[in-house]
Design a protein around this ligand. Structure first.
Ligand SMILES: Nc1ncnc2c1ncn2[C@@H]1O[C@H](COP(=O)(O)OP(=O)(O)OP(=O)(O)O)[C@@H](O)[C@H]1O
Ligand SMILES: [Mg+2]
Length: 400
């Protein structure tokens, strides 16, 4: 959306009335994209929420920001949380709800990490955009017909939408000086503009900036929320997948919707047979695809399979001979292509299910955490695999 900037520093007459409910007709098509682009689109873009009601989960946040908009009291916003949880999608859907699809270009300035957001840009571009007032701020149209937006009702058609929206996506990547420069601008132009700051880590933002915004944390999505969209995509794209495999996909995506959709699309593509170059194009409905199994999903995300983890844990708990433990793990690592970091994560999820004395559990969890840290900071696989055997066996010795 950074191509919007060209038009941002002038007050272009707005062609349609501004109402809080001027939304494009509902449909599965992704916003702003030509119809012919749809087939080749990544599913994350094709299924990006258009309306607030399309955003899965986060019901409290959606209800609150809908209320802000309905009462025309939108504060500066801060959305933060892990990747793929819907922060960017929510603000874009909110902007569409406030200004309508057609007016977004004039009213919203979106800057993300791929744009230059240095101190000069903050001083000039944001300042110019924020300081020009929207003169067509009265909505004269019929009141709020068909307000489909999530949570909030209609009835706000005659209100003012007299502020512009400045979205600073991935703001934790902005330099400190640029963040500092924003502080005064945010206060000075509050009459004309609202800011929405989006970040993965709130602690990387300047505290002064944080205190000017109403904060919303986008937590990792719950499994049923991911399941709902995954099921919809499976149906609309005619994906052949076993129910178990869909369960595994949802579980392995760990609250990240983007990851779930990307893995699903990759598996779907790999289950489609390759056509020779010169062969005539087979119509979509005649393509015979393999069914996606749990194994396909685990292979695609390169996560250790549950049976491999169970085997490793069983061996570690029952075999006192350290050399044979090591060789079992190493054989599994080679045959299944497992990485130690993934084994440690999966093992830590398994050991907490065991019923053991507290001191045993503490020594396991503490030890696994240390190994994870060492692997992440460059520790060698072979030595750390030995340490893993040591940690679990130490705990077993403590059991007495
Ligand atoms: N809550 C959600 N409801 C529906 N779809 C979602 C949701 N969260 C993410 N998605 C899907 O994942 C894609 C990425 O979401 P989005 O760009 O909003 O994530 P984000 O929170 O901004 O992540 P990042 O921190 O990496 O920028 C969207 O295009 C959409 O398809
Ligand atoms: Mg984002």
């Amino acid at each position: 959306m950074s191509d919007l900037e060209d038009e941002m520093d002038v007050d272009v007459p707005v062609s349609k009335d501004i109402t809080f409910s001027a939304e494009p007709p509902k449909g599965k098509r992704a916003a702003d994209l030509p119809v012919e682009a749809e087939d080749s689109l990544p599913w994350v873009e094709k299924y990006r929420p258009v309306h607030l009601s399309d955003v899965s989960g986060h019901h409290d946040i959606l209800a609150t920001i809908s209320k802000f908009v309905d009462s025309n009291r939108l504060p500066h916003l801060l959305f933060y949380g892990p990747p793929g949880t819907g922060k960017t999608s929510t603000i874009l859907a909110l902007a569409r709800r406030i200004y309508g699809h057609e007016n977004m270009r004039q009213m919203v300035l979106e800057l993300n990490a791929s744009d230059d957001r240095s101190i000069d840009v903050v001083r000039e571009q944001i300042k110019t955009f924020a300081s020009t007032k929207q003169i067509f701020s009265f909505a004269q149209g019929p009141a709020a017909a068909g307000a489909g937006g999530g949570g909030g009702g209609g009835g706000s058609g005659s209100r003012l939408a007299g502020f512009k929206l400045i979205v600073l996506d991935e703001a934790d990547a902005m330099t400190n000086t640029a963040q500092m420069a924003l502080r005064r601008i945010m206060e000075k132009y509050t009459a004309n503009a609202r800011f929405c700051i989006i970040a993965n880590y709130a602690h990387k933002l300047s505290p002064a900036l944080l205190s000017r915004c109403t904060r919303f944390r986008f937590s990792p999505l719950k499994e049923p929320d991911i399941r709902a969209l995954v099921d919809k995509v499976i149906q609309e794209e005619n994906v052949r997948i076993l129910p178990d495999a869909a369960d595994a996909l949802v579980r392995l995506s760990r609250g990240d919707m983007r990851r779930a959709l990307n893995v699903l699309q990759a598996c779907h593509a790999s289950s489609t047979p390759l056509q020779p170059h010169d062969a005539p194009k087979v119509p979509e409905e005649d393509v015979v695809r393999e069914t996606i199994t749990t194994e396909t999903i685990y292979n695609c995300v390169a996560a250790p399979r549950p049976d491999a983890i169970r085997k490793i844990l069983d061996t570690l708990l029952r075999t006192s001979d350290v050399t044979s433990c090591l060789s079992t793990i190493n054989t599994l690592k080679v045959t299944q292509g497992l990485a130690l970091a993934d084994i440690v994560t999966a093992l830590s999820e398994e050991v907490v299910k065991l019923e053991v004395k507290p001191e045993v559990m503490i020594s396991w969890l503490d030890g696994l955490a240390t190994i994870e840290h060492r692997v992440a900071s460059g520790g060698g696989e072979a030595v750390q695999t030995g340490a893993l055997v040591g940690v679990i066996r130490n705990g077993v010795e403590l059991m007495g």
